[in-house]
Ligand binder design. Structure first.
Ligand code: FRU
Length: 503
């Protein structure tokens, strides 16, 4: 045989082998990283949550979805619903793309049938979202549903809003009661600007005002939303908050910021100086959150995409990529620095008996929580309620049972006065920067309490009764891990440790 051909055959065979190996590796389901109660699609890609709405006893989430591949593309709206915020039922694809990609947006309940769309005898949901014509332009479109969001009809006379821009997206609509109109917040991302539009019928939108160039400006602005939040401790004092997704606390990584102020039905006025930067979450994995429309008891609830654009492609999960954060209740709290966002986990497990509880415990060095073995591969919230400490650094440490070099630490640094999540040794590192410690400042005068929601690859820290939030993903390689409470160079006195298992 000709040597050249022989060599070519060997080369081809080895190439096939390598390709086969790569494909079969990529095809292995990564169940150990799939959150149990946080939503992730059965398969394929997701990014932003869209169209969050509570309707007829169900919390609905729609989500940016590629229905055919585990990577961004073919953007359409997926759909899931839950009665209790713990069990999610994934439903058929809600809004498929056509020539246009279906980008982020919202869903409202057209209770009075002001749009005149659909069957007037049936309840009507209206979705307003960005139609993206790749590299051409973005305009706002509408679709409606008479079957509780299962199937949608794209409005015949779309677009409902078009200002001829390449970047103009992510409409979020609320009902503004005092001006008796729907108000849309929508981003002009490259201009770092949010426009507000008003409408009586959801079809015709009139420009109200524009808010721009304040707060964080290094990265584009996306996914804006307006919410009226209760100020804690007051009977019914409220303030308006404008949120948007942009650069987060760490340079070069996305995150979310907020502005506290007033909205009078036309204009949003920032109560703080324009250069004030307030961040929602100090982790790298909380983005594009929007509030639920029509949430029960007039609470403002939201959830975000728990991943970062900086390394989303590298998320090593299969057959899905992308997952949602916990649902959090929002309010404002009067702190010495001014009004600050407070987030609380929902459902409200605090009212439920904990699965595991130890009272009045002092820790020097470290204590392994043996009861935690029962919670291996479960989803749970752990709370440390601190009485006092003389230590330099204290918190929780999850350590791989078969590799002592693999661990994740969450806690408080008493020297730097910082809360932190350290995932630098937590297993798979997805990108440079992924291993950087996420830390958040201490709020003087507030509690030293810490709560962490653990759900496989998800870690969410809400500390000091929810003024501090850090959300970080991690991808442990070890199969089992031990959890301990530690206290470096000093004593940690705890009023109690409580753990709730979430089923
Ligand atoms: C935010 C975002 C939105 C856009 C969507 C596209 O993560 O970039 O601005 O609508 O994702 O998937």
């Amino acid at each position: 045989m000709n040597m050249k051909i022989h060599f070519k055959n060997i080369l081809l065979a080895s190439l096939f082998q390598v390709a086969f190996l790569l494909i079969s590796q990529a095809q292995t389901a990564t169940d150990a990283w799939r959150p149990l109660v946080h939503f992730s699609p059965q398969k394929n890609w997701t990014n932003d949550p869209n169209g969050l709405i509570y309707f007829k006893g169900y919390y609905h989430i729609f989500f940016q979805h590629n229905p055919i591949a585990n990577e961004w593309g073919n953007m359409s709206w997926g759909h899931a619903r839950s009665k209790d915020l713990l069990h999610w039922e994934e439903l058929p694809l809600a809004i498929p793309h056509g020539e246009e990609y279906i980008f982020s947006g919202c869903v409202v309940w057209d209770k009075e049938h002001v749009s005149g769309l659909g069957d007037p005898q049936k309840e009507l949901l209206v979705a307003i979202y960005t139609a993206d014509y790749p590299n051409k332009k973005q305009e706002q479109h509408l679709a409606y549903s008479n079957d509780d969001g299962l199937t949608w009809t794209k409005y015949l006379h779309n677009p409902i809003l078009d200002i001829n821009l390449l970047n103009f997206r992510d409409p979020s609509v609320i009902w503004h009661n005092s001006s008796k109109q729907f108000v849309m917040s929508v981003a002009k991302p490259t201009e770092r600007s949010v426009q507000f539009y008003g409408s009586k019928n959801l079809l015709n939108w009139e420009l109200l005002s524009e808010f721009s160039n304040q707060g964080e400006l290094d990265m584009i602005w996306e996914c804006p939303s307006l919410a009226e939040l209760l100020v804690e401790g007051s009977e019914k004092e409220t303030k308006w908050v404008l949120f948007n997704s942009t650069q987060g606390v760490q340079k070069g990584f996305v995150g979310m910021q907020y502005f506290v102020g007033e909205f009078n039905g036309k204009t949003f006025t920032n109560a703080n100086p324009p250069e004030t930067k307030l961040f929602v979450d100090y982790g790298k994995d909380f983005y594009a959150a929007i509030p639920f429309y029509n949430a029960p008891n007039q609470e403002v609830l939201w959830l975000g995409w728990a991943l970062s654009w900086q390394y989303a492609k590298e998320q090593p999960t299969f057959p899905w990529k992308g997952q949602m954060s916990s649902i959090r209740k929002l309010s404002l709290i009067n702190s010495p620095d001014g009004l600050r966002l407070k987030q609380e986990f929902r459902p409200n497990f605090s009212e439920v008996e904990p699965t595991f509880q130890i009272k009045d415990v002092s820790i020097t060095k470290s204590k392994v929580l043996s009861g935690i073995k029962l919670l291996q591969n479960k989803s749970y919230i752990i709370e440390l309620d601190v009485e006092g400490t003389t230590s330099d650094r204290w918190g929780l440490k999850w350590q791989s049972a078969d590799n002592l070099q693999e661990f994740t630490v969450v806690g408080f640094d008493e020297i730097k006065k910082q809360w932190f999540i350290d995932r630098s040794k937590s297993g798979k590192i997805l990108s440079p920067g992924f291993f950087k410690i996420d830390s958040a400042p201490w709020h003087e005068g507030e509690s030293r309490q810490l709560r962490v929601w653990v759900d496989h690859s998800m870690l969410e820290l809400l500390a000091q009764d929810g003024i501090v939030a850090i959300s970080s993903l991690r991808f442990p390689l070890g199969k089992k891990e031990n959890l301990s409470v530690f206290s470096d160079k000093g004593k940690l006195d705890l009023k109690q440790i409580r753990i709730w298992e979430l089923k």
